[in-house]
Design a binder for this molecule. Structure first.
Ligand SMILES: [Fe+2]
Length: 292
């Protein structure tokens, strides 16, 4: 049997036997090259152990050197290019959808299930044309293909899909602006990709001073990990673990056209808008945090 089938079967077994994790356990560090080696050598025991740690022991992993440090310049150049040449806009995930960017401020965010203040730039594989877009795609997929394997999918699964295939890969460059950029506590859908990953593109203490990524470690406690994160690291975890981004430099003035703040690359297999009742992330911030 293929490695992918065995991994997928193991996930099914764990998901049936144990409840899905909600709060994070230990946050550990590993090197991306070790994950890559394990998958390429079909080291099933190594991968199963990692999966079990993520699901049953609720561990999250900081995966060092998952992306090139040069990606930071690529994404900021791309963001500047899109801001200059296209108006902020929105398109549903239907066949033919272009790449676009959107300023998600406190009014626009009401249109989403999930409360966020951020500037998002969306990229689809059928629109990758310029050198910068190619660099983004190549830089991310070097990592993403291995995350897909760990999640029980094929290395290249979904990569060439279009919206009418129902599931599509989407890359997102995100700027959490200084002046209160945030993403409230939520869980991500596990249906298409059990493992969440993203590439860290800023350094706390240099690009911004306060806020950043956290996991919930209990109903009332947050575990902040931003200080441990370096440019090019990825953070990997099972999607039902509650996580978010705390307000970035809330005392500064928010300027949408500036590039100050925290940058991040998200990668996710989405249900397209061709899917009826498509799965989306769930905001849990009021349920777990508001005291009545
Ligand atoms: Fe998320």
């Amino acid at each position: 049997m293929s490695l992918q089938r065995n991994i997928n079967k193991y996930w099914d077994y764990l998901e049936k036997k144990y409840p899905s994790p909600r709060y994070v356990g230990k946050v550990k560090c590993m090197e991306f090259k070790d994950l890559k080696k394990a998958v390429n050598n079909k080291n099933e025991n190594y991968i199963k152990k990692l999966i079990k740690n993520m699901y049953v022991k609720k561990e999250a992993y900081i995966v060092r050197n998952s992306g090139s440090k040069k990606l930071k310049k690529t994404i900021i150049d791309l963001a500047n290019h899109y801001k200059k040449t296209r108006k902020a806009n929105f398109f549903k995930m239907r066949d033919g959808t272009p790449n676009f960017h959107r300023v998600i401020d406190k009014n626009i965010t009401k249109k989403y299930n999930l409360f966020a203040i951020r500037h998002s730039f969306y990229f689809y594989n059928w629109n990758i044309r310029s050198k910068l877009e190619k660099n983004l795609k190549d830089g991310v997929y070097k990592h993403w293909r291995y995350v897909k394997c760990l999640a029980g999918n094929n290395k290249n699964q979904f990569e060439r899909n279009i919206p009418s295939d129902n599931q599509i890969d989407r890359l997102q460059i995100i700027r959490y602006p200084a002046g209160g950029g945030e993403l409230r506590s939520h869980v991500d859908p596990r249906k298409n990709q059990r493992i969440v990953s993203g590439l860290i593109m800023s350094k706390i203490g240099e690009d911004f001073a306060k806020g950043g990524f956290y996991f919930k470690s209990s109903r009332t406690k947050k575990k902040y990990i931003e200080k441990k994160l370096e440019l090019g690291d990825a953070v990997l975890f099972y999607g039902s673990i509650v996580h978010g981004v705390d307000k970035v430099d809330p005392h500064e003035k928010l300027v949408w056209k500036s590039n100050k703040g925290r940058w991040f690359i998200g990668m996710f297999v989405n249900d397209s808008d061709h899917v009826r009742d498509r799965v989306t992330p769930k905001d849990v911030s009021t349920r777990t945090e508001t005291k009545h």
